[in-house]
Write a protein that binds this ligand. Structure first.
Ligand SMILES: Cc1ncc(C[n+]2csc(CCOP(=O)(O)OP(=O)(O)O)c2C)c(N)n1
Length: 408
């Protein structure tokens, strides 16, 4: 039987390679050129020029959608700035934002279809908002209060929004990669038109789950889009310490899939690369790894101080490449946004954030005790019911119980 299969394979693929697979004709070993030149084969794709102009034939985004994405980028930026301030004031415990990376986050999410699941890392709050997560609910997650969709079970900034197909965030680096591949593989088996989008930082490419996920996706031609946010840093580890490769995009070659390298501060380039990757995946052509080259302008999170390991001069050149300024220049170039429009839109975004924060802070500060095991199992286990009873009794016996009960 085995011999028959082997003979069939040989018949199908011809002789020459391992297991009968045909190998391409190459010059003799010693005369072969170096395998590839990544800088040439994975050039940095840019659509937006420095002056805001762009080849409009490469745009597949209606003007209105572009303006609304710009508005969301601004909201995302102002939200991050405000939340960092609130953390410093002690009103929230922790924050992790995407200042400087908004084009990568929003450009990729905007290019996917509504039915596609998003598997986030932890900097993609903009994508959750794009998928309809109400701002007030996001803020409740930061407070872990009674309005928190995660019922206080997750750490802050680990929102999930099932209604918007935005999957739960896992803190351990890269775990979302095989999860997304599994979702894509399941969709393919079921015949669903669903292509997952998975985000991760360049640091995640050093984790086993990156290899496991990409290898499986390559072998099985799983419909999935991998977006590597190469923001230069994994906390204090610079990009150069993460890989000896020239680019992250070239890693796609080793998994037999297509790799792209785009300017991650150019919303139009990120959108276009993701749109094409989604179309290929949908057409059965398998996965794509997209490296978005961007920069983490702030610390890793509010628990980090980049001054300890990063010279400020390194950040300066990136200020000129700010993704929001670049898209604003483009909108101005096309006559889609005036300075007055921009000022009004910023004012509106600030007001929205303040109103949402006011509403979130007015809610009872804790989810009800009963929600402790909610969503853990379909039906609570007897052990969990018992533990909850014990806890309830302990809370009632505590002199501070009245206050705790008041808080919910
Ligand atoms: C498996 C694992 N190892 C280490 C950590 C600690 N950790 C949290 S964030 C982070 C850096 C990740 O950097 P990168 O993947 O480049 O994403 P970025 O934060 O830059 O967006 C590390 C090492 C973790 N969360 N999980």
């Amino acid at each position: 039987m085995r011999r028959e299969i082997h003979q069939n394979l040989v018949k199908r693929n011809g002789h020459g390679g391992q297991n009968g697979h045909a190998m391409p004709e190459l010059p003799p070993f010693a005369q072969r050129p170096a395998p590839h030149r990544p800088e040439k084969e994975f050039p940095l794709e840019t659509v937006l020029a420095d002056d805001g102009s762009a080849d409009l034939s490469r745009l597949h985004l209606p003007a209105e959608r572009l303006v609304s994405l710009y508005r969301l980028m601004v909201l995302n930026r102002l939200l991050d700035e405000r939340m960092i301030q609130l953390q410093r004031q002690g009103r929230i415990g922790f924050y992790i934002g995407s200042i400087g990376e908004e084009a990568t986050v929003l450009g990729a999410a905007a290019a996917m279809a509504d039915q596609d699941w998003i598997f986030p890392c932890y900097r993609e709050h903009g994508a959750a908002l794009l998928r309809g997560l109400p701002l007030q609910r996001f803020l409740c997650d930061l407070l872990g209060n009674s309005g928190d969709l995660m019922l206080g079970h997750q750490m802050p900034c680990h929102e999930a929004f099932a209604a918007g197909r935005f999957a739960s965030i896992s803190s351990p680096i890269a775990t979302q990669i095989p999860q997304a591949v599994g979702a894509g593989w399941a969709a393919r088996i079921k015949g669903d038109d669903m292509v997952p989008l998975v985000y991760f930082g360049e640091g995640a490419t050093s984790a086993n789950d990156f290899h496991t996920g990409l290898n499986f996706a390559g072998v099985r031609k799983v419909p999935v889009v991998f977006v590597c946010r190469n923001n230069g840093w994994a906390i204090s580890v610079p990009r150069e310490r993460q890989t000896a490769a020239v680019t992250f995009a070239e890693k796609a070659l080793g998994y037999g899939m297509r790799g792209e390298r785009v300017d991650g501060n150019d919303l139009l380039a990120v959108y276009e690369a993701t749109r094409l990757a989604r179309a290929r995946a949908h057409a059965g052509e398998g996965p794509t790894l997209i490296e978005c080259v961007t920069y983490r302008m702030e610390g890793h999170s509010t628990s980090d101080d980049p001054r300890a390991y990063r010279a400020p001069e390194l950040v300066e050149p990136w200020r000129k490449k700010d993704p929001i300024l670049r898209l604003k220049a483009h909108l101005a170039w096309r006559g889609l946004l005036s300075e007055a429009d921009d000022a009004a839109l910023r004012e509106q975004a600030q007001a929205e954030i303040l109103a949402a924060m006011r509403e979130a802070e007015a809610l009872p500060p804790k989810p009800p005790l009963e929600s402790l095991f909610q969503g853990v199992y379909a039906e609570p286990l007897w052990q969990q019911r018992e533990q909850l009873e014990e806890l309830r009794a302990a809370v009632d016996a505590d002199p501070r119980a009245a206050r705790l009960r008041e808080e919910g």
